[in-house]
Ligand binder design. Structure first.
Ligand SMILES: *Cc1c(COP(=O)(O)O)cnc(C)c1O
Length: 388
């Protein structure tokens, strides 16, 4: 069978592949410790589950509006005004099957063959592949350890060409955990306005911040930046709702209308009763978020202490999300080889940095219990010492 060119250019998600292998080893009874998955290990908070159950009982089981339940669109718009100082109305919101689907809808609505999309590396695995699926060209800009893996205003300016259509901005970042400071966001916003770019701001980790780090939405910097911003986010990471598949896109009306049309012909509405869980997530007090954040804070300290004590690794301190992204460059071994051996010989799953456009790094997710983190870091230490 001859498959479409668009799909043969795309590589399967490496994070999902590692996770599949680790899970298969576990099924064989092998004691695998996994740092590979990018999802909270907590159950979805009880009040959110209860809201979805109640919706099921009330018959919220039918097709809904392709754009999302009206109440959820309102609640999301209110949240963006309250938390992010972004002035959207409910009509500016598209409810999607997760943040991943938001970005995919956006790429389909915006990107034409030949269009360039600027993506700072290390990047989230799916950005370049989505751009390619939409027929566009990813323009990867490599950032450095010295700059905390953040793109500089000059780097962004230099990457712009007459074909540039979009810039992908992700803070807090997956995979690095880096958070752009408000001043850094303002400096990036200045370039976006000066170069008249569109920016999609992936803010899915905005609530997972440590050590007093602050999140500033790039669209809140100025009215000129707001006009050029599209926000992508979702409920998965903040509320431990990865399997629910609820996210959203917020942006200018013509764009949102276009994405509603796309969604109307592809997925129709997001699971109706799941959207009622999402409404509860935003309407209820946010104690559950703080509780999960407290747990992440402790785990982050444990994993960072271990990594900083390991010879040959260097790791900038991440201020957000639930990942560390140590550099293994000094070990003289590719990230893929490093992670393969780590899994096969030490039963520890990590994701090779090459999946994120950084072959001298690995990604470890600390969305797992402290005991597993300690045991896993002991194994990693033994492995690293064996290489050095
Ligand atoms: C997890 C993640 C998403 C989207 O997740 P969904 O489960 O689809 O909501 C988007 N961007 C980044 C950077 C992520 O890590």
């Amino acid at each position: 069978m001859k498959l479409a060119a668009r799909v043969t250019q795309v590589t399967p998600s490496m994070t999902l592949a590692i996770d599949t292998k680790a899970k298969a080893m576990k099924r064989e009874g092998i004691d695998v410790i996994s740092f590979s998955v990018g999802e909270p290990d907590f159950d979805t908070p009880a009040h959110i589950r209860a809201a979805a159950e109640a919706a099921l009982e009330q018959g919220k089981t039918r097709y809904g509006a392709a754009a999302g339940e009206p109440r959820l669109r309102e609640v999301i718009a209110q949240k963006l005004q309250r938390d992010n100082q972004l002035c959207y109305g409910a009509e500016n919101i598209l409810v999607t099957n997760g943040g991943k689907h938001s970005l995919f809808n956006l790429m389909l609505a915006l990107i034409e063959p030949g269009d360039e999309v600027i993506i700072p590396a290390p990047y989230w695995v799916s950005y370049p592949e989505m751009v390619k699926l939409a027929g566009g060209t990813p323009v990867i800009v490599s950032t450095t350890l010295e700059n905390g893996y953040k793109i500089t205003p000059d780097q962004l300016r230099q990457a712009v060409t007459p074909r540039t259509k979009l810039f992908v901005f992700n803070s807090p970042s997956n995979p690095t955990g880096m958070v752009y400071t408000p001043d850094e966001v303002r400096a990036i916003a200045d370039v976006v306005v000066e170069q008249d770019l569109l920016v999609v701001s992936d803010e899915i980790y905005e609530k997972l911040l440590y050590d007093g780090a602050e999140h500033l939405s790039i669209g809140a910097v100025s009215p000129e930046a707001f006009e050029r911003t599209i926000v992508s986010s979702g409920f998965a990471k903040t509320y431990a709702m990865t399997g629910w598949r609820v996210g959203f896109l917020a942006g200018p009306l013509p764009l949102i209308k276009a994405t509603i049309t796309i969604q109307g012909h592809s997925t129709s509405n997001v699971c109706t009763f799941a959207q009622y869980g999402a409404i509860a997530a935003y309407e209820a007090p946010q104690d559950c978020v703080q509780q999960m954040l407290d747990a992440f804070t402790e785990r982050r300290q444990v994993i960072l202490n271990s990594i900083n004590a390991m010879p040959g690794l260097s790791c900038p301190k991440p201020d957000g999300a639930f990942y560390v992204f140590p550099n293994i460059g000094q070990l003289g071994i590719s990230s893929l080889e490093f992670c393969d051996k780590l899994l096969d010989d030490y039963q520890v799953a990590a994701v090779p940095g090459i999946a994120f456009g950084a072959d001298d790094c690995i990604r470890l997710s600390y969305a797992t219990d402290v005991d597993s983190i300690r045991r896993g870091m002991d194994r990693l230490t033994t492995y690293v010492k064996s290489i050095i």
